[in-house]
Design a protein around this ligand. Structure first.
Ligand code: GLN
Length: 306
């Protein structure tokens, strides 16, 4: 067993310390013992564990929708609607919507992501969702679909997100009506992927979008990476930056993308994208096995890049 496999096996033990997300039945039904990792460089891909599983992107999609909106409107216009400042609050918190001139703090918390959903290019809900799925499809090189069971379940239990959207609307931070913004946001959370798709997505950031069909302004990619470092791992982003030191984004499904700009992990060299799926999550919403894996990986292969 090589060092990488040992790190994987050790991290897998930690699944018992987490719990699958339980706020909707479709996520509560996930098997918390699963743990899958995919690492991708220009030349090789290494897959470990339960890599055939599919799951929903959840908050990982927030990075992509931010890029699509910022690429379309320009970052100056986007910043009239949403800032790039971290908060230490949970992802669906409403407490700060009455501070900061009522502007959402960043696109990685729900308030900012719902605003971004309303700013996506397109006249209809369908077109807005498609602007993001098309961009994602260009990165991962295959069609994606929405998991409707997860989407309907999300939509039926969206009280907090609906409350956030009404406050945003009252303060002039929504470009569409409340229901359309929610539908777009929750459909995007419900995009179905596998861990290899996540690795491709992370690899896109690792290469700054080079050699991909998905064209994005370099400045926007830089801001997306900065947002991942400062706000990507919910209210554990500070600790993640301090102890792991990689741009990363997580979702409550147990998905994580992590970006290595230049490293060496077994036969992989140069820019490396890491995709993780471990549905047992901690109280903040991050995959427990995923965090453990990245912690040891960063240390053992000297990947800390801040
Ligand atoms: N879809 C859920 C929500 O918006 C969770 C997103 C996430 O991964 N935090 O509340």
């Amino acid at each position: 067993m090589n060092k990488l496999q040992m790190i994987y096996e050790q991290a897998k033990q930690r699944t018992a310390n987490g719990q699958v997300a339980s706020y909707i039945p479709a996520l509560a039904a996930a098997n918390g013992d699963l743990f899958a990792v995919s690492l991708l460089s220009a030349e090789h891909e290494i897959e470990l564990g339960d890599c055939t599983e599919t799951f929903t992107l959840q908050s990982v999609v927030k990075v992509i929708s931010f890029m699509v909106a910022a690429n379309y409107h320009g970052i100056k216009e986007i910043m009239h609607y949403v800032d790039v400042e971290p908060t230490g609050d949970s992802f669906n918190s409403i407490v700060r919507l009455e501070s900061h001139n009522n502007k959402p703090f960043n696109p990685m918390i729900n308030a900012g992501a719902i605003t971004i959903a309303s700013l996506l290019p397109g006249e209809t809900m369908f077109e807005k969702v498609k602007s993001v799925t098309t961009f994602l499809e260009q990165i991962i090189g295959k069609k994606v679909h929405i998991n409707n069971e997860v989407y309907f379940s999300e939509y039926q239990s969206a009280d907090y997100n609906r409350a956030i959207a009404y406050i945003l609307q009252a303060n002039g931070f929504l470009k569409s009506d409340v229901e359309e913004a929610l539908q777009v946001y929750l459909q995007l959370c419900s995009i179905s992927v596998d861990v290899s798709d996540l690795a491709k997505l992370a690899f896109y950031f690792a290469t700054n979008g080079k050699e991909s069909e998905a064209i994005c302004n370099k400045g926007v990619i830089n801001i997306a990476k900065a947002l991942m470092i400062t706000c990507g791992m919910y209210n554990a982003s500070g600790k993640f930056a301090a102890f792991i030191g990689l741009p990363a984004k997580s979702g409550v499904s147990g998905a994580i993308i992590a970006v290595v700009r230049n490293g060496e992990i077994e036969q992989l060299q140069g820019p490396i994208g890491i995709g993780i799926y471990g549905p047992a999550i901690d109280q903040v919403g991050n995959s427990v096995a995923g965090i453990e894996f990245l912690m040891h990986l960063s240390k053992e292969y000297d990947l800390f890049c801040l």
